[in-house]
Design a protein around this ligand. Structure first.
Ligand SMILES: NC(=O)c1ccc[n+]([C@@H]2O[C@H](COP(=O)([O-])OP(=O)(O)OC[C@H]3O[C@@H](n4cnc5c(N)ncnc54)[C@H](O)[C@@H]3O)[C@@H](O)[C@H]2O)c1
Length: 254
């Protein structure tokens, strides 16, 4: 099994959760990696895990919404490996609060976190891919963009839902722009996934509320990070050569 053998993959937010699972899955399938995260220790641990599995990863510690950090990651990967084949824009997250509770700072923070790094890294990676007339760009959206029930009931995630709907619009547009270069641009929209952080909240809801994530999910359970990584791997692989501008829900049913 080496579905992305010799490809170079850039993954943001690789210290924890889905980014880490995606990095490990791509490495296990033969990709060489360039990883970034704002958390140095977690990132070092992912780099070590990739090496333990026989893979290769470089890393950049910093805030991916910062233009210089995005440049260091993407242009640095191109300089180091001589190519970029796959970009996974994984960094994202929310700040909870009902619409009447949210501050302007909350709104700006969430839109910036979910969209700015995605824009910066995509803008930087595209010319490297266009030159070679190939590439795969995959962005992490969320079921929350459609107002998934647990989000609506428990989180008050309006800026997060707006930002992830923005990711959906972004990939649709960029997919059209890059189609003539044979570069595909897609999104994966996870439902409730059992990562260290989000999973802790979701598991608590499963134990404490009647309308729990498990009950609201047709498949009746939380997803595993590897199940999201599998979808990213598919979109990154040659098998997905005729898929672009698509948001793939990995959400246990919708
Ligand atoms: N876990 C879920 O249930 C779930 C569901 C739907 C969508 N998502 C989306 O999947 C993606 C990953 O989610 P996760 O649950 O793994 O999140 P997480 O918080 O566990 O991991 C996110 C990683 O990004 C890093 N990061 C945060 N801000 C950063 C910044 N400015 N610059 C660089 N790195 C930064 C964090 O340090 C962390 O390692 C996000 O886009 C999230 O919105 C997750």
């Amino acid at each position: 099994m080496a579905r992305v053998r010799d490809k170079v993959a850039v993954v943001t937010g690789a210290a924890n959760g889905l980014g880490r699972a995606i990095a490990l899955r791509l490495a296990a399938e033969g990709a060489r990696l360039a990883l970034a995260d704002i958390e140095a220790d977690g990132l070092a641990s992912t780099v070590a895990a990739v090496a333990d599995g026989g893979g290769t990863a470089t890393s950049v510690v910093g805030d991916i919404t910062d233009e210089a950090v995005a440049g260091e990651l993407v242009d640095g990967a191109a300089a180091h490996y001589g190519q970029i084949d796959i970009l996974v824009n994984n960094v994202g997250g929310g700040r909870d609060g009902k619409i009447w509770e949210l501050s302007v700072e909350d709104w700006d923070f969430v839109l910036r976190l979910n969209l700015r790094g995605t824009f910066l890294c995509t803008r930087l990676a595209a010319p490297h891919m266009m030159q070679r007339r190939q590439g795969r760009i995959i962005c992490l959206s969320s079921g929350a963009r459609e107002g998934t029930p647990w989000t609506a009931h428990y989180q008050g995630g309006a800026p997060y839902a707006a930002a992830k709907a923005g990711v959906h619009g972004f990939i649709r547009d960029v997919a059209m722009e890059l189609a003539e270069y044979k570069i595909t641009v897609n999104a994966v929209a996870p439902g409730p996934i059992d990562t260290e952080r989000a999973g802790a909240v979701l598991r608590r809801l499963n134990e404490t509320v009647e309308l729990s994530p498990n009950r609201l999910t047709p498949l009746g359970r939380l997803g595993q990070p590897e199940e999201v990584a599998n979808a990213v791997l598919f979109l990154a692989s040659d098998e997905a050569s005729y898929v672009t501008g698509h948001t793939l829900a990995v959400a246990g049913g919708r």
